[in-house]
Design a protein around this ligand. Structure first.
Ligand SMILES: [Zn+2]
Length: 307
């Protein structure tokens, strides 16, 4: 054994050195290959995770962009809302009573007061629907309580209800508390009928009482109450009851008078009477033939498309 070993040792002194070198080189190469393999695996994993990160960043970016456009939309809405409130606020504090809108527009507001029988109320809504007009309707609270379905339908069909008091009294006969109660009871009746909270910026004094020129004492007393309820009084520049007094009050005469008087920015006052409502389709067509567009008060005064 010893001899063999010695012989081997002797004979393989040089080869042993070489084989050591080879082994070292081999191990070195293995280490390099291993390191490269490890490195590339690592790199692969790193790439993978980079890709994942990138993807999640992209998703985040999409979300941020979506959020941004949502906020921009919200901003635009708030801006518009603010402009509208500014405009309303200006009107509420206005010393000049609103009898018409901007004369430069081709819009003419159709306002219809009091409410009538259920049949007349529904016929009015049928005509407005058929002719594609959104109007501002001023029923009394009592009429709203009598025909809640009609007034709910009016709101559902895009018309606006304006406050015309609960029981249509002469406001100049009432105390301030009674005036407040008339305005609140109207709102309660409407909210009951439409099944939700309801705010209108428009108030039309019954008979215009308290707001005519020469009634400045009453106006000074009444207008703050109306403003306190978030509304402003709306009069008119085209009406029939006084204009056609002592004349035959027929649909033909009504159509003729409205079409003669109405101009851009006008506020037309009609009532829920058979003669007025029967005239409505011819009034709408006649205005359009003259290049005027019937609309609601909101569209005329607040330049706001009715929704
Ligand atoms: Zn009235």
């Amino acid at each position: 054994m010893v001899a063999v070993e010695n012989r081997y040792n002797t004979r393989s002194r040089q080869p042993k050195k070489r084989s050591w070198a080879r082994l070292v080189i081999f191990l070195f190469l293995m280490a390099v290959i291993g390191a490269l393999g490890f490195f590339s695996m690592n790199q692969h994993a790193a790439l993978q995770s980079l890709e994942n990160n990138l993807q999640s960043l992209e998703e985040q970016l999409t979300r941020v962009e979506e959020e941004k456009s949502r906020l921009e939309e919200q901003y635009d809405q708030l801006y518009e809302e603010n402009e509208k409130l500014r405009e309303e606020n200006k009107m509420m504090r206005s010393e000049t009573l609103i009898e018409h809108g901007d004369r430069e527009t081709n819009k003419v507001a159709i306002t219809i007061d009091d409410g009538g029988t259920e049949a007349i109320n529904n016929l009015t809504l049928d005509y407005l629907k058929e002719y594609g007009v959104r109007a501002t309707l001023f029923p009394t609270g009592i009429n709203v309580e009598s025909y809640p379905e009609t007034w709910r339908r009016a709101v559902e069909e895009g018309h606006e209800l304006g406050n015309h008091s609960y029981s249509h009294p002469y406001l100049t006969n009432l105390s301030e508390e009674q005036v407040r109660a008339e305005l609140s009871r109207w709102q309660e009746a409407v909210e009951e009928a439409v099944g939700r909270s309801y705010h209108t910026p428009f108030f039309r004094p019954p008979y215009g009482d308290g707001f005519y020129s020469g009634q400045s004492y009453h106006r000074e007393r009444l207008q703050p109450i109306v403003a306190e309820k978030g509304m402003f009084p709306i009069m008119w520049d085209v009406e029939l009851v006084y204009a056609l007094r002592n004349q035959a009050y027929s649909s033909d005469r009504i159509v003729e008078h409205v079409l003669n008087q109405a101009q851009g920015g006008s506020i037309v006052l009609l009532h829920f009477t058979e003669a007025d409502i029967k005239a409505l389709p011819r009034i709408i067509n006649g205005l359009r033939e003259r290049g005027l567009e019937p609309c609601s008060l909101r569209e005329l005064l607040l330049a706001e498309p009715q929704t």
